[in-house]
Design a protein around this ligand. Structure first.
Ligand code: SF4
Length: 346
C-alpha cells in the first residue's frame, strides 16, 4: 500500500509539512537521521503526525518490535521491545486498542495477554518462518512419541501451538526456562538452532524440532571471519543463528540482551548478526559505535509500513482474533514462562 492508495478521507487528514511540523518532530528524526535521508523523512512525516494524532482519538497505543523501520520504531511507537517485552507490556496497556507493529504471532500474543483489548495488525499476512514451521498437530505427535516429556515452545509460534505446549520461552530466557522445569528431557520447538544453543549449555537432554528463522540462518561464519580482519569489530549474534556463527561470535543474546550489552560495552565497531533495522534503531543510544555489515532484512517484518498502520488505526481493523477455546491454554503457557523465570530470578 502506497500513500496514494489511502482513501481520500484519510489523505485529507495528512498535515502539510511546514516549519512548525518539522520543528515538532526534529528530535524524533535526529534519532535516525544517519540512516534516512531528510528528503525521505519529509515524505514520512505527514504519516507519522497523522498516526500520532489519530492514536488519541482512537484510544490506541502502538507497540513496535525492535525489527521495525526507524520511522515506526522512533516515530509512532509508544512501546518498543523484543517479543518478551511486547508480551509483558500488552498485559499492562490501559488503552482500549493495541496496534501491534510486528509479525502475526506477536499480535496474537498481545491478544492472549490482553484478552479484553482490541488488537489490530497493520498487515495480518506478516508471518514468520519459525511460526509456520510447526503446527498443533505436529506438537501432539511429538507428545505422543515422547509421553510425559515437557514441551517448551519459543514464543515465535501460533496460538494453536502455544495452546498445546507446557511453557513458552524467548531467546533471552530459553536456557532458564529449560533448567527451571527440573526435567531430565525436554522437547523444544520450533527453532532447531535455539534448541542446540540451549542443549550445549544445559545437562537436560533436548529433543529438537528443526525449524529455522529464514533471516538468521543466512549468516555464515565466513562473513564474520572476513570482518574480523578489521580490528576491533565486536560480533554479536542472535541465538537463531547457526552453531558455527554462534561459536564465531563474541556475544550471543536476544535483541534486548544485545541492546543492554551494547550500552554497557560501547564497542567502537560492532557487527549485529540480526535483522537490519535493529542497528538502525539502536545506534542513537550508542552514538560512538560504528555498525558494520552484514545484516539481513526480514521480509515479514517489512510488510508493516506507516501507510498500513495509519489505515488500520483509522479503520479499526484488521482485528487479530484468537479462537475462544485457545485463549486460556495458550495464555497459560506464556504465563508459565513468566512464573518459571520469576522464581529463578528471585
Ligand atoms: S526475523 Fe526470523 S524469527 Fe523474526 S519474524 Fe522474521 S522470520 Fe520470524
Amino acid at each position: 500500500m502506497k500513500l496514494a492508495d489511502l482513501p481520500a478521507e484519510l489523505q485529507q487528514r495528512l498535515p502539510a509539512v511546514d516549519e512548525a511540523l518539522e520543528r515538532r518532530y526534529r528530535p524524533v528524526y535526529e534519532k535516525f537521521s544517519d540512516v534516512m535521508p531528510v528528503e525521505e523523512w519529509l515524505t514520512r512525516l505527514p504519516l507519522v503526525a497523522a498516526i500520532n494524532d489519530l492514536k488519541a482519538e482512537r484510544d490506541a497505543v502502538v507497540m513496535a518490535h525492535n525489527y521495525q523501520t526507524p520511522d515506526i520504531f522512533h516515530g509512532i511507537a509508544d512501546a518498543t521491545g523484543d517479543s518478551l517485552a511486547l508480551a509483558r507490556m500488552a498485559a499492562d496497556v490501559d488503552a482500549g486498542t493495541i496496534v501491534l507493529c510486528g509479525v502475526h504471532f506477536m499480535a496474537e500474543t498481545a491478544r492472549l495477554m490482553a484478552p479484553d483489548k482490541k488488537v489490530i495488525s497493520p498487515d495480518p499476512m506478516a508471518g514468520c518462518s519459525l511460526a509456520s514451521g510447526i503446527t498443533a498437530a505436529d506438537v501432539r505427535a511429538l507428545k505422543a512419541r515422547h509421553p510425559g516429556v515437557p514441551v517448551v515452545a519459543y514464543v515465535n509460534t501460533t496460538a494453536e501451538v502455544k495452546a498445546e505446549v507446557d511453557v513458552c520461552c524467548t531467546s533471552g530466557n530459553a536456557l532458564d526456562v529449560v533448567n527451571a522445569l527440573g526435567a531430565p528431557r525436554v522437547i523444544m520447538v520450533p527453532d532447531g538452532y535455539l534448541a542446540r544453543y540451549v542443549a550445549e549449555r544445559t545437562s537436560v537432554e533436548i529433543i529438537i524440532w528443526e525449524g529455522r528463522c529464514e533471516v538468521h540462518e543466512r549468516f555464515t561464519a565466513e562473513e564474520i571471519n572476513q570482518f574480523r580482519d578489521e580490528s576491533g569489530t565486536w560480533v554479536m549474534a542472535h541465538p537463531e543463528c547457526s552453531p558455527e556463527v554462534i561459536d564465531a561470535s563474541d556475544y550471543v543474546g536476544s535483541t534486548a540482551g544485545m541492546i543492554r550489552e551494547l550500552k554497557t560495552r560501547r564497542p567502537p565497531r560492532v557487527m549485529l548478526l540480526t535483522e537490519c533495522s535493529m542497528a538502525d534503531n539502536v545506534r542513537e543510544a550508542v552514538p560512538d559505535t560504528r555498525f558494520v555489515q552484514p545484516c539481513n532484512l526480514c521480509p515479514h517484518m517489512k510488510r508493516i509500513t506507516l501507510e498500513k498502520t495509519l489505515m488500520a488505526l483509522w479503520a479499526g481493523s484488521p482485528e487479530v482474533e484468537v479462537a475462544e477455546d485457545l485463549i486460556a491454554p495458550a495464555r497459560r503457557s506464556v504465563q508459565a514462562m513468566f512464573e518459571l523465570t520469576a522464581v529463578r530470578a528471585a
